[in-house]
Unconditional design. Sequence first.
Length: 270
Amino acid sequence: MNEQRRWLMNSNGNRCRFVMCLVAAFLLAENPAFGAHPLITDDTGTQGKGKTQIELTGRIDQDDEGGVRTEGWEAKAVLTRGLLDPLDLVLEVPYAWIRAKDGETVRRDGFADLLIALKWRFFEQGGLSLAVKPSVTLPTGDEEKGLGNGRASCGVNLITTYAMGPWAFHFNLGATHSDYKLEADREANRDDIWNASLAAEYKLAESWKFVANVGAERNADAASDTPPAFILGGVIWSVSEMLDIDAGVKWGLNGPETDLSFLAGVTFRF
């Protein structure tokens, strides 16, 4: 997950507030793509009319920057329903627990902002397909705990997939606009963020896929111009047509990105 560094006042009385903002940053800057877990880059695939997919995923994060040690986990439930063959409705509910240490320990946990998205695959020919995915984030998380923006945000993601034999490649280019309720968040963060990422899948056997992912986005921290960047590797085991199990590891390629993340998930289709 990418980091938003919210630099506030340096007095001792504001140390706890500073750490709380780091906690919020640890949660809020996730790339809004939501591809086949553990990938962050999305693909153009849809469920098909009347079909449903449920993803239950978890992630453990570790980061150490500027003397602040941040650890946390996030659990997500993602429901995807096929409205038409090329059109999906997506509902994502995240729950986060985060601990930051800066002389003292600060803990925060709770439900974060709810996300609703539509994915429409509008072009498909041969192995090439294109899709667009607009999304809205609703302010269901507690912004005082750093678990949400306090106001609705929106975004759009353009998705390209090219499949060739055992290989599949996915490219995402997107933008998000965030609005913040708290003045400290408005001062510390940029409103408009771009993101770009590339993923590859290789079908090793009928039930096994190896996946890799790289990406970057504009730094949401107004005090930094360095885009957080990551690399990810993982595996997907298709137990059956209705059940997938996956795992992956994500590394930060520079300071603004979370140092290390471990990801795992299970996907049901019916």
